[in-house]
Write a protein that binds this ligand. Structure first.
Ligand SMILES: Nc1ncnc2c1ncn2[C@@H]1O[C@H](COP(=O)(O)OP(=O)(O)OP(=O)(O)O)[C@@H](O)[C@H]1O
Length: 356
């Protein structure tokens, strides 16, 4: 397995790009460490497939370099990059048995039969598909087909990286969680460098040790699931990740003090510079109590163990995640924001120093 380094990657599908808007990838500088489990997360059109195709060699970047363990592979075709890929739809041979399908990538590379048998048995045990080894792939359910497809991606132990491109798209919702946790477990056992591309935050946060969040051709934050939750570097990360996402409220900085209307909002970290900002606080860190900003409960929705309370604060709506019995609509409440989890953003980017 290898460390994958992307250096100053930029890509435009246009022959003569003029400005940043003409680039599908504006500037990507990322290092994926050897053996890490990464997710590439972002909405449709943010550049995930473009980036994946550049790593796999299907697309040559307009600018920048791709290094595998320090070796420049930018000019190498896909078959020379030694990558395993698992796609949205299962790639297996229907006429072959599961065993033959799993063995295929190894047989193709001339691996000795005894080693093939050993490796197929290992992968089949990890995937819990031993009982179907002699079944013809045509007879498998769609999720089992995708499981075998994943097995084919994992069976070689000499690849630089295993890349998953929205691999759970065809899986029934009630089976998704099973395969999601299976993949996480597989990574822990195989310890290969894995990159998992998805627009689904649950998939990304379950699978990855580190998530690369993309928006409009840019990486806006690389962090652990906890970092993305507790310290969003960009308002996009705040509202894209979380359910519901972060509250983003218009504010301003006056002599170092962040103001929402004419009320000061305490923050643990210092905010540099005066002028307009956006105040970001996740619903989990908004408290309803006896002190703070006066607001009125407009709507309450129950989402299992907690409720989402939408409170009106003048023209603004603030969401709070409340444990226990929430106040009903129409109740006057006071809102306070946890100072160490409240941040100011300028042009989308966090401008609050971390106090901790
Ligand atoms: N072959 C192409 N020619 C021109 N523009 C393209 C091409 N492929 C992608 N684009 C554009 O590049 C941008 C990034 O697309 P890309 O497919 O990489 O995003 P994505 O995050 O993978 O989205 P999705 O999940 O929908 O595939 C989009 O604006 C898209 O329209």
């Amino acid at each position: 397995m290898a460390e994958i380094r992307l250096e100053h990657l930029r890509h435009s599908y246009m022959p003569n790009p003029q400005g940043p808007d003409d680039y599908a990838l504006k500037e990507v500088d990322v290092t994926w460490e050897d053996g890490g489990a990464y997710a590439l997360l972002g909405p449709s059109g943010c550049g995930k497939s473009t980036l994946l195709n550049i790593v796999s060699g299907l697309l040559a970047p307009s600018e920048g370099r791709i290094l595998f363990d320090g070796q420049d592979v930018t000019g190498l075709p896909p078959d020379k990059r030694n990558i395993a890929q698992v796609f949205q739809f299962p790639v297996i041979y229907d006429t072959m048995t599961v065993r033959q399908n799993l063995a295929f990538p190894l047989k193709n590379r001339g691996v000795a039969p005894a080693r093939i048998a050993e490796r197929v048995a290992e992968i089949a045990a990890m995937l819990e598909v031993e009982d179907m080894l002699d079944t013809r792939a045509a007879h498998l359910s769609p999720d089992n087909k995708q499981k075998i497809s994943m097995g084919r991606g994992l069976v070689r132990d000499d690849v630089n990286v295993v890349m998953f491109d929205e691999p759970l798209t065809v899986i029934d919702p009630h089976l998704k969680w099973k395969l999601r946790s299976k993949l996480k477990e597989l990574h822990q056992r195989v310890r290969a460098t894995m990159i998992y591309v998805t627009h689904d935050q649950t998939e990304a946060l379950t699978f990855a040790d580190k998530v690369v969040v993309m928006q409009e051709g840019e990486v806006v934050q690389i962090g652990t699931p906890v970092e993305l939750f507790e310290r969003p570097a960009h308002t996009f990360v705040g509202h894209f990740i979380g359910s519901p996402g972060m509250n983003i409220l218009p504010g301003r900085v006056d002599a170092g003090q962040v103001m929402l209307g004419d009320v000061a909002v305490p923050m643990a970290g210092r905010v540099a510079g005066d002028g307009a900002v956006e105040i970001g606080v996740r619903p989990e860190f908004v408290e309803l109590g006896d002190t703070g900003l006066p607001a009125t409960v407009a709507r309450v929705s129950d989402v299992g163990r907690h409720a989402i309370v939408e409170a009106r604060l003048g023209d603004l709506t603030v969401k709070a995640k409340v444990e226990g019995t929430p106040p009903p609509a129409g109740t006057d409440v006071r809102l306070s924001f946890r100072p160490d989890r409240t941040r100011a953003y300028r042009d989308g980017w966090n401008v609050t120093e971390d106090a901790a």
